[in-house]
Design a binder for this molecule. Structure first.
Ligand SMILES: Cc1cc2nc3c(=O)[nH]c(=O)nc-3n(C[C@H](O)[C@H](O)[C@H](O)COP(=O)(O)O)c2cc1C
Length: 178
């Protein structure tokens, strides 16, 4: 198969093509009253540096969506390469995702998971319906990262890990910055 555009929208082929774009894996969290919410997402991305905005999208079929739409703040927990079990736990709909889970309370009530590669604490800025998903845009108010931890990767519908041997401490600013 070459790189010609697909002429018809075969759903499976579309998903397969999207899987050629690797992402990290995050558990986005928020709280609704005394209830904690958490969801594994790969749709996290940076949107703006000034102001610091991030985005993620949630399937309109997600059971917990009405609660996400009400939340004023979120924490995006970027999973480390040894946290596949956490990713699987927070991807299971209608399960008790928080049973026995360790977490701290973030500044906007959103749970913070231990051992993650990075965390971004955000407040909601905007929300748009976009096809079968809701796009959330949030402003980062604080963040933390453990640069010694490698991030978990998701590609081709599977988890993957980065080759740590390819990594050396970067000199800032990066010469490949766009
Ligand atoms: C690696 C991975 C990435 C995912 N990314 C997303 C995502 O970006 N958006 C989304 O709505 N669901 C995503 N999911 C599925 C949700 O985690 C799952 O449907 C959700 O936890 C269901 O929540 P519910 O209990 O509210 O129904 C992903 C699952 C996995 C395993």
């Amino acid at each position: 198969m070459g790189l010609e555009p697909e002429m018809s929208f075969d759903q499976q082929a579309f998903r397969q093509a999207l899987g050629q774009f690797p992402t990290g894996v995050c558990v986005v969290t928020c709280s609704a009253g005394s209830q904690q919410l958490g969801m594994t997402i790969s749709s996290f991305n940076c949107l703006s540096l000034e102001p610091p905005l991030i985005l993620f999208s949630i399937d309109r079929k997600a059971v917990s969506l009405p609660l996400w739409e009400k939340a004023a703040g979120y924490a995006v927990n970027v999973l480390a390469e040894n946290q596949k079990d956490i990713s699987n736990r927070f991807a299971k709909s209608r399960s008790n995702k928080w049973e026995g889970a360790k977490f701290a309370h973030g500044q906007f009530g959103a749970p913070l998971l231990p051992g993650v590669a990075a965390v971004f604490e955000c407040i909601r800025k905007a929300k748009y319906t976009a096809g079968d998903h809701i796009l959330f845009i949030a402003e980062v108010r604080s963040f933390n990262s453990s640069i010694d931890r490698m991030p978990l990767v998701f590609s081709k519908g599977r988890y993957a890990a980065l080759e740590s041997t390819e990594f050396v401490a970067p000199l800032w600013p990066l010469d490949i910055h766009y």
